[in-house]
Design a binder for this molecule. Structure first.
Ligand code: BTN
Length: 325
């Protein structure tokens, strides 16, 4: 195997599933069928993501103690209706969205896939998402029958995640339309809903959630540092990632039940209360260009309603929004 993110995944799986906590570089290279140089490079990249690995000058790799999310414990503790009835766990994947998609033909509605880290986590509008050790990266597979589920569930799950974060950590976050949770105007979590259609029928939806739980600020790329935060940074101590994951799944499940019962206006009202975009002057960017106006509400499908200076109110279904005031 040559040096690649896939090799990184294999190396991570090998190191963290081994009974022994130490292995020589040459032995590891043999197991993962790669050259020692490529294997060393994969170990170096995993360390950069925050994996607790020590490499001795003699080429011995040591795995230091590290608390992973335990999918069996999580499954045992959850008593949800639909979301989280099946939990899949991975160590280091490209993206939980892609990993869950591989299971879409056999996995039931509500299947959750959690990964410790991702090497190509993605956000909306082709942005990348930092998925270092200590974060929470998860995706949920859903087959809603309601066609406009995409936007509503993004808002409903952001609201659910905000509630769970507050319950577990006491940190209050607000919703920046359409998919960001913000603390002190810095992003702490994001949602990505990806829909697959069969003709005009929604086949399935994969909703991903990334939360910066226990991430040191220095892990964020310099360009994102001022715009990002983590729960551990806000708290001055680490948060309980397993408990938070459980509470998020429970809150998402409750929201999904309300969604399936058709209680859309209640879900939207909750999102409106949390939404810090409303009442602000905003710049909205779409493929057609930029517009400046005042965010005056959320429509019945979760669209952002923006009143332009000339008095017209325009609905936006997909856009990038900047808060100006
Ligand atoms: C955004 O900020 O635009 C959304 C970020 C969503 C990140 C999560 S992490 C789990 C899931 N897998 C991904 O690749 N993306 C989402």
């Amino acid at each position: 195997m040559s040096s690649s993110p896939e090799l990184e995944s294999t190396v991570a799986d090998t190191l963290f599933s081994a009974r022994e906590s130490k292995i020589s570089l040459n032995e590891l290279a043999g197991v993962v069928q790669a050259s020692p140089a490529h294997t060393r490079e994969a170990v170096r990249r995993l360390k950069r993501l925050g994996y607790p690995l020590r490499v001795s000058p003699a080429g011995v790799i040591e795995r230091l103690p590290f608390k992973l999310i335990d999918p069996h414990q999580l499954a045992a503790e959850l008593a949800t209706e639909k979301i989280g009835r099946r939990i899949e766990w991975r160590l280091h994947v490209r993206s939980t969205q892609d990993e869950l998609k591989k299971l879409k033909d056999e996995a039931e509605d509500g299947t959750v896939l959690v990964a410790e880290t991702q090497y190509a986590g993605r956000g909306r509008l082709t942005r990348s998402w930092l998925s270092a050790v200590g974060g929470l990266s998860m995706s949920v597979l859903l087959r809603p029958t309601w066609p406009r589920a995409h936007q509503i569930l993004t808002l409903a799950f952001a609201t659910a995640a905000s509630r769970a974060i507050r319950d577990v950590t006491n940190v209050s976050s607000v919703l920046k339309w359409p998919n960001d949770l913000m603390v002190r105007s810095r992003k702490v979590a994001g949602i990505l809903a990806e829909a697959t259609y069969q003709g005009s029928r929604l086949d399935h939806l994969i909703v991903g959630l990334g939360v910066n739980v226990n991430i040191e600020m220095t892990r964020f790329p310099k360009t994102l540092r001022k715009a990002s935060t983590s729960l551990s940074h806000e708290l001055g101590r680490e948060a309980d990632r397993s408990l938070l994951t459980k509470r998020i799944i429970e809150e998402m499940d409750k929201s999904y039940q309300r969604f399936e019962l058709g209680h859309i206006s209640e879900l939207l009202d909750d999102a409106r209360r949390l939404c810090s975009t409303l009442g602000r002057k905003v710049r909205v960017t779409t493929v057609e260009g930029n517009l400046v106006g005042h965010a005056v509400g959320l429509g019945d499908d979760g669209q952002l309603l923006v009143r332009l200076n000339r008095g017209v109110t325009v609905p936006f279904y997909a856009a990038d929004v900047v808060h100006l005031r």
